[in-house]
Structures are given as structure tokens and as C-alpha cells.
Design a protein around this ligand. Sequence first.
Ligand SMILES: [Zn+2]
Length: 212
Amino acid sequence: MNIQAPASAAEAAATLHQRPSREEAEAAVRTMLLWAGDNPDREGLLDTPARVVRSYEAFFSGYGEDPVEMLARSFEETEGYDEMVVLRDIRLESHCEHHMVPIIGRAHIAYLPRDRVVGISKLARVMDIYSKRLQIQEKLTAQIANTINQVLKPKGVAVVIEAAHECMTTRGVHKPGVTMVTSRMLGAFRDNSDTRREFLAMISAPRSAMEG
Ligand SMILES: [Zn+2]
């Protein structure tokens, strides 16, 4: 038997559990509509299963992509740049793996280059690929930092995520306005309090001062 390594998380999952067809996925949504107490045959709901399945393709497109591979083909040599690179207020949209409802917030990503840099859009792409999977915020934060650390081999990486979880705001304890803050500091950001302080000052600086 010829066993090849799966190219993506989606393929790995599909190998483990046979990936259902689109029709089967739509039938599952129809079941959930019935479970909710509605009639899937009424006019307003006729196209809902197909729409939900298409939404899932967008929400969970990150399973089909490999962030390590994406980053590895985008880095460039630094040409001597060794100052902190900070990307702040990146819009974050993910889904919690416990309830499959949205996690909405923002991320701040920083690294201290050693000899490799990437375009800032690639840092946001790393976050996007991991966030378009079912997540818990702690794991998402660690995955982003670890991937940047692994590929760019910088002097340090810092990731902070502030997010609201709809499973906490619209159900369960119903606590709107609460955000969860997670962080992962590696290398210089962990070991050097000046570096960490500089990063934390940058992400908490007033926004208008930077835009003006
Ligand atoms: Zn949840």
C-alpha cells in the first residue's frame, strides 16, 4: 500500500474521517434546522443549507493551507535591518472549537529580525490561515508565534490577541463587552524586559497620534 504524507491539515482530516460530500453537508444543515424547530421546506430556508455550506468553506478555508510553507516561500534577507517590526490592530475572525461560533477581535504581531524579513501582509496571512480553522484563542496565539519563530528564526516574536467570544457574549454567561487577552512571547520578548516593554508601549500607543 502506498501511503503518502498528507499535504494539508484538510487532507489529513479527510484521510482519518472520510470527508462528506457537499450534499451530505447540506443534509446535515437541514437536520440542524429541524432540530432548531423550524421547517427547512419553507421558502425562506430552501437555499439555507447550500448557503451555510458555502459559508463554512470561507470560515474554514485555513485547513487547506499550510502557513509554514506559505511563509517559507516569502521571506527575504534583511539587508541589515534589525529593528523591531510591529503589526498592530489586525482584524481577527475565527470560530471557537467548542461551540462553532465567532471569535472576533484584533491581533498584534511583532518580531525582531535576525536575517530574514517578510512583507507585513504575510504575517497577517499566517494569522488568517490559523484563524480560519476551529480554534481556542490560546492555541491560535501560540501557533502564530511558533510559525513565525520556526520559519524566520528571528531574535524574538511576540503575539497578543484581544478578542470577544460569542459563546460567552450571546449564550452561556451572557457577558458582552468582555474580551479575552492572550499573549505569547519568545526569544528577546520573553528574556529582555526592555524589548517587551517597547512592544507593549507600541501596541498601546494612542491610534490617532500614529495616523495624524
Ligand atoms: Zn466557545
